[in-house]
Design a protein around this ligand. Structure first.
Ligand code: ADP
Length: 600
């Protein structure tokens, strides 16, 4: 940024240093443009002079001029001659026409009527007179001695046959040119070979000199009375060459660029002076524009640099942010990776634990069942002993009847033996089913036959304690979700607990109900025992919670049952009945028709 500022300053410095050159350039341009003005001025002056140059020779042909020169005192002729000259001057737009004799005395003149008339005046000192006589034609420019007006003179000799009689001269005024020049921006000066300003639209410069008056010129001027000598003062001018035809001219405070042309016939140089102020102003404006452009470029450059710096900064920031972000992401990813690995390990551990638990649960179920079998063993031995005793007595009877040759009675007894054997086979089958380790899945299970099986299993024990079952078996078929053996196990457990609870009662009454509620099936087993204490209610389903004496209960029955029912998508709940005793309810989901029958 600092470099840029320095660069801008340097550029501005260089531009300022180049100002003079720029000015020169614009001045030169101006000069080139003004060349046309110069050409116009010289051409018009040349034309004006050329137009009048031949007039004296033509006028000299007029006979009246010879006549008046031969007879200058002819009172009759003179007015006529004068008037003729006046008319001619008017027609040709000449300032004056006048006729001089060989001594230079004016005989007749177009301005004869004017107070300051030439008539009677002598112009022998004027070069146009002498030149006309000696060279055959004369030309001269001067301030009129009589009129006080500047003019250009052309003169020619008046020759009658071969006799030289006098000179006729015409004078033209050049003031009109000055008036025209005044309209332009520039100043035009016409300077003669003596460096005297003869014509100019700046009136105050008339007869000033621009440059030294050559040697001898002053004497000549005095002799020919060309200019008033006292007015020949130099202008306070300094000159400086600029180009081949141009120079810089300073007059006082004003500076001009010049275009110089030559009118050789008159010995004149025409100078067009154009003030340089416009060119300088233009140069300065151009410089100001350049500086503005430099400043603007500097500004644009500064903005660009600033913008680039800001962009780079932002880019850096973004890169930094993204690096930080990336680092954080890597860190988090590593954390997540660790956490993931840990989770996977935990999942694996849980899976193993669950498998172990499942195994333990199966073992416990089996243990629970065997415990129940143990509890039932007394009743079962009675169940088997009673038909066995009967079989023995029927067999004895059959033998006796055979001995007595009464085969009919013997057959009758043998039939009874067969019945007893069937009964024992049925009990044995139930026991086998119960004791078997179940490998069943959960599926639709017919609820009522399972309940029937459970009651059949418990029949011996129920009979032993003389229990009364109140059960209003529904007619319809009810299918619930579960496993046949495990559901049976749950129901056996509930019946068994009910019997235990009413140990000391004469006729224990167990009420069984099967109801539907909220689209689900509920099997309730109610006893008339002491019911459940608060402590029991709180821990009922905890494993190894028991109030029974050692050897009588393991405290696993309800815990296992609870889990079994939960596995079925059901619920095992307990509460005390208002009429006394405990109520255990198994809530089961109904099986939909499409559901596959589960394999046993
Ligand atoms: P166990 O019968 O081996 O004690 P359970 O899990 O079957 O194990 O029962 C736990 C306890 O719940 C019992 O010891 C008893 O205190 C209580 N209990 C179970 N059923 C009943 C019931 N019908 N009436 C009163 N108490 C009951």
């Amino acid at each position: 940024m600092r470099n840029l500022a320095l660069l801008v300053l340097l550029a501005i410095g260089l531009a300022l240093a180049a100002l003079p050159r720029i000015e020169r350039y614009f001045i030169a341009e101006t000069a080139a443009r003004e060349e046309a003005t110069l050409r116009l001025a010289t051409a018009s002056l040349r034309g004006a002079l050329a137009r009048s140059e031949a007039l004296p020779a033509l006028l000299a042909e007029r006979p009246i001029l010879s006549e008046i020169l031969r007879d200058p005192d002819n009172e009759g002729l003179l007015p006529f001659a004068n008037e003729q000259l006046r008319q001619t001057a008017l027609t040709l737009e000449l300032a004056d026409i006048f006729v001089m004799d060989l001594r230079g005395n004016t005989i007749a003149a177009s301005n004869y009527r004017r107070e300051a008339s030439f008539v009677g005046r002598n112009f022998a000192y004027r070069p146009y007179f002498t030149d006309a006589l000696s060279l055959g034609r004369g030309r001269f420019h001067a301030l009129g001695v009589t009129s006080g007006q500047r003019g250009y003179y052309f003169a020619a000799p008046i020759i009658d046959n071969t006799e030289l009689l006098g000179v006729v001269a015409v004078k033209i005024h050049l003031d009109t040119f000055e008036q025209t020049w005044r309209d332009g921006d520039n100043t035009i000066i016409v300077m003669d070979s003596s460096n005297v300003i003869f014509l100019s639209d700046r009136e105050e410069w008339h007869f000033n000199t621009l440059g030294p008056i050559p040697d001898g010129a002053r004497g000549r001027i005095a002799a020919t009375r060309q200019y008033p000598l006292d007015q020949l003062t130099p202008l306070p001018a300094t000159r400086e060459p600029l180009g081949p035809t141009t120079e810089l001219l300073r007059i006082g405070a004003e500076e001009y660029v010049t275009n110089i042309g030559l009118i050789a016939a008159a010995g004149w140089r025409v100078w067009v002076l154009t003030p340089t102020r416009h060119a300088i102003l233009q140069a300065r404006q151009a410089l100001a524009s350049i500086i503005l452009v430099i400043l603007f470029a500097g500004l644009v450059g500064a903005l660009f640099i600033q913008r680039r710096a800001r962009l780079l900064e932002r880019f850096d920031q973004q890169r930094h942010h993204s690096e930080v972000l990336e680092a954080r992401v890597t860190e988090r990813t590593a954390d997540l990776h660790d956490a993931n690995a840990q989770l996977r390990q935990e999942v694996e551990e849980r899976r193993l634990t669950e498998a172990r638990l499942r195994k333990t649960q199966t073992d416990l179920v089996q243990a629970g069942k065997l415990a129940a079998l143990g509890q039932m063993s007394a009743a079962l031995s009675h169940e088997f002993n009673q038909p066995l005793a009967a079989v023995k007595s029927y067999a004895d009877n059959a033998a006796t009847f055979l001995d007595r040759d009464r085969p009919e009675e013997a057959r009758q007894n043998i039939g009874l033996i067969s019945q007893m054997a069937d009964r024992m086979a049925a009990i044995s089958k139930h026991l086998r089913n119960f004791a078997r380790r179940p490998q069943e899945k959960i599926g639709p299970v017919p609820l009522l036959p399972v309940l029937d099986d459970a009651l059949a299993l418990m029949r011996a024990r129920l009979a032993e304690v003389g229990a009364e079952i109140r059960y209003d078996r529904p007619e319809e078929e009810i299918t619930v979700m579960g496993g046949q053996v495990r559901l049976q196990q749950v129901l056996v457990n509930l019946l068994s607990n009910a019997i235990d609870a009413m140990e000391d009662q004469e006729v224990p009454v167990i009420e069984i109900s099967v109801e539907t509620r909220g689209g689900r099936w509920q099997v309730s087993v109610r006893d008339h025992g002491p019911g459940l204490s608060d402590a029991s209610l709180a821990q009922l389903f905890d494993p190894f919670f028991t109030t029974k004496s050692p050897g009588k209960g393991l405290g696993l029955g309800l815990s296992i049952s609870y889990n079994i029912v939960r596995d079925f998508g059901g619920r095992l709940a307990a509460h005390n009945h208002e009429g006394g005793g405990a109520v255990f309810t198994v809530d089961l989901a109904p099986a939909s028709d499409e559901t596959e029958i589960a394999a046993q």
